[in-house]
Design a protein around this ligand. Structure first.
Ligand SMILES: Nc1ncnc2c1ncn2[C@@H]1O[C@H](COP(=O)(O)OP(=O)(O)OP(=O)(O)O)[C@@H](O)[C@H]1O
Ligand SMILES: [Mg+2]
Length: 500
C-alpha cells in the first residue's frame, strides 16, 4: 500500500444545538486503503463523513485533500473532487425509475440535443446491477416499489457510477444479506486494486475484520485511536468503542425447552400472493421465536406485510389462537394482537418531526391515558426506561427524531412497539444500524417477551443473530419456504445452502 494520504481531516470540531458531535477529531486515509470508521450509535461517524462530502461545515479544523488545504462547500464540489458517498439514510427519489435515480445529476444525453438517453441509462444500470452486484433489479421500475435492501443496492450502483478516487460507504450492508455483502466486498477489493480509497462504516464488526486495512474508533465525538487491523481484535474494538468491557459478545439466555408453552398462537396455512410468495405454511407457539432467513428478494418482507394487514394475499389462511382472521388493514392486525416493526424506519415507523417521547408512546396511549388525559409521569417512566435500556442518545425525551443518528432512530422505532407488548411481534430487520451493546439489549428484550409467552417472528439478514435468538429457523428462497431447522440443527452453511 501507498503511504501517500488522499486526505487529512485535522482537529475537526462540529457542534449541534446541545451536542458536540465531533470534538477535535483528526482522521486521515491513505491512497488505496480501506479504512473502517467505527463507534457506537451517535459517536459522530456520519457527521465526520458528511463534512468530508460537503453536507456539513465544520466549526473548526482543516481539510487537506491530495496535499492541498481546501474547503468543501457543497456535495457537488465533493463529487467534482472525486469523492462519492453512499449515505446511511437512503436518499433516492421514490417517484423516479431506478435508472433515473442512478444517473440523477449525471444524466447521459444524446449529444447536442440534450435529450436524456434513456436506453443508455437503462442498459448501463442493468450492467451495474448484474455485473457488480449479481442482482436482477429492473432499471425501469419505479423506485418506491423496491425493498430497502434493493434501494441500498441502487445507492451503491449510483456511487459507483461516478469516477471517484474516494468512496465513502456509510453502512452500505445494513440491509444486505451475506451473499450480496460478499459481492460488495469483491467490488471494494477491486476498487482498492485500482488505487481508490474507501471509508467503510459498519456496525457488523465481523465485516471490518474481513475487509478493512485500518480502523479508526470514535466515542462520544472523540477520536479514540487509529490502528492497523492486524493489531486489533473483536473485543479490543468493542472496548475502544464502548469504553468498558462487555462480558459477552451477545446476550444468551437458557430458556428451558419445557418452559415453552405448547399453545399455538399463529398458524399460517398455504399463504400465497402472486409474484411475491407461494404456499407458505408454519406455526408460531407461545414463547417461541421463529427466525426468517433468506436473500434479498426472497419475499420475507412481503410475507410479513401480509401477516400484519398491510398487504392483501390471494390464497391461504391466517389463524390466530384457533380462529381464522381476515385483515383489511394494519389496525385489524393490531386488534388481533399482531404488531410489526418495519424494516423501513424512515417511511413506515417514525414520525420524523416528532420527538422521542411522542414517537415511543403514540402506539401506547391507551395504557397511559384516561378520558383523553395523558398521565405524563407514567409516560415519562415508560419512555425513560427504554431510553436507558437501549442507551438512546441523546437521552432527552424532547429531541426531535430527525436530528438523531441512524442507529438511535432505529432504537426509537423498536421501543415504540416493544412497549406495547403485543401477543405476536413481527420484527423485520430490527437491529439494522444498531451498535453491539444495544443489539444485545434488544435480544434480551425479545427473549423476555418470549418468556412471558409472546410469540416472535424475527426476520434478519444477519445469520449470527438469527442463530442466536431463534428457536426455529425458516429459510425462504424466491418466495417459497425452502426449509426449516431447529436451532440445534442449524448452521450458517446449511441456511445459506437453502437460501441461494
Ligand atoms: N442535523 C443534526 N442536528 C442535531 N444533532 C445532530 C444532527 N446530526 C447529528 N446530530 C447529533 O450528533 C451526534 C453524532 O451523530 P452521528 O449521526 O454522526 O452519529 P453516528 O456515529 O453516525 O451514529 P449511527 O451509528 O447511529 O449512525 C448525535 O448525538 C446526533 O444526535
Ligand atoms: Mg451514522
Amino acid at each position: 500500500m501507498n503511504e501517500e494520504k488522499i486526505f487529512i481531516m485535522k482537529n475537526i470540531t462540529k457542534t449541534f444545538p446541545g451536542v458536540k458531535a465531533l470534538d477535535n477529531v483528526t482522521f486521515e486515509v491513505k491512497k488505496g486503503e480501506i479504512h473502517a470508521l467505527v463507534g457506537e450509535n451517535g459517536a459522530g461517524k456520519s457527521t465526520l463523513i458528511k463534512i468530508l462530502s460537503g453536507l456539513y461545515k465544520p466549526d473548526a479544523g482543516q481539510i487537506i485533500y491530495k496535499g492541498k488545504e481546501i474547503k468543501i462547500n457543497s456535495p457537488k464540489q465533493a463529487k467534482d473532487l472525486g469523492i462519492s458517498t453512499i449515505y446511511q439514510e437512503l436518499n433516492l427519489c421514490p417517484n423516479l425509475t431506478v435508472a433515473d435515480n442512478i444517473f440523477l445529476g449525471n444524466e447521459k444525453s444524446k449529444t447536442i440535443f440534450q435529450y436524456i438517453d434513456d436506453d443508455t441509462q437503462i442498459n448501463k444500470s442493468r450492467e451495474y446491477f448484474l455485473n457488480l452486484l449479481d442482482s436482477e433489479i429492473d432499471p425501469k421500475i419505479i423506485t418506491s416499489n423496491l425493498s430497502i435492501a434493493q434501494q441500498q443496492i441502487v445507492e451503491i450502483a449510483k456511487a459507483l457510477s461516478y469516477k471517484s478516487e474516494l468512496i465513502i460507504m456509510d453502512e452500505p450492508t445494513s440491509s444486505l444479506s451475506i451473499h450480496e455483502t460478499e459481492k460488495l466486498f469483491e467490488i471494494i477489493n477491486g476498487l482498492k486494486n485500482q488505487g481508490i480509497s474507501v471509508i467503510y462504516i459498519s456496525h457488523r464488526l465481523e465485516e471490518i475484520f474481513k475487509i478493512a486495512d485500518t480502523a479508526t474508533i470514535l466515542r462520544d465525538g472523540k477520536l479514540i485511536g487509529t490502528k492497523a487491523i492486524e493489531d486489533l481484535d473483536y473485543s479490543t474494538v468493542v472496548k475502544m468503542m464502548v469504553g468498558r468491557e462487555i462480558e459477552n459478545k451477545y446476550y444468551k439466555t437458557n430458556i428451558q425447552e419445557s418452559s415453552k408453552k405448547q399453545e399455538v398462537l399463529l398458524e399460517v396455512k398455504n399463504l400465497s400472493k402472486k409474484g411475491l410468495f407461494e404456499n407458505i405454511s408454519f406455526t408460531l407457539n407461545a414463547g417461541e421465536i421463529v427466525g426468517f432467513s433468506g436473500l434479498i428478494g426472497a419475499g420475507r418482507t412481503d410475507l410479513m406485510k401480509a401477516l400484519s394487514g398491510q398487504l392483501k394475499f390471494d390464497k391461504g389462511k391466517i389463524i390466530i389462537k384457533g380462529e381464522e382472521k381476515i385483515f383489511n388493514s394494519p389496525i385489524d392486525a393490531i386488534k388481533s394482537g399482531i404488531v410489526i416493526t418495519s424494516e423501513d424506519r424512515k417511511n413506515e415507523s417514525l414520525f420524523m418531526n416528532f420527538n422521542v417521547r411522542e414517537n415511543i408512546t403514540i402506539s401506547f396511549l391507551d395504557k397511559i391515558s384516561k378520558y383523553g388525559y395523558i398521565f405524563s409521569s407514567k409516560e415519562k417512566k415508560f419512555t425513560n426506561e427504554f431510553i436507558s435500556r437501549l442507551n438512546i442518545k441523546p437521552a432527552n425525551l424532547e429531541t426531535p427524531v430527525i436530528t438523531m443518528s441512524g442507529g438511535n432512530q432505529q432504537k426509537v422505532a423498536i421501543a415504540k412497539w416493544l412497549i406495547t407488548e403485543p401477543d405476536i411481534l413481527i420484527m423485520d430487520e430490527p437491529t439494522r444500524g444498531i451498535d453491539v451493546g444495544a443489539k444485545a439489549e434488544i435480544y434480551k428484550l425479545i427473549k423476555i417477551l418470549a418468556e412471558q409467552g409472546k410469540g416472535i417472528i424475527f426476520v434478519s439478514s444477519e445469520l449470527p443473530e438469527i442463530l442466536l435468538v431463534s428457536d426455529k429457523i425458516l429459510v425462504m428462497n424466491k418466495g417459497k419456504l425452502a426449509g426449516e431447522f431447529l436451532n440445534k440443527d442449524a448452521t450458517e452453511e446449511k441456511i445459506l445452502e437453502l437460501a441461494v
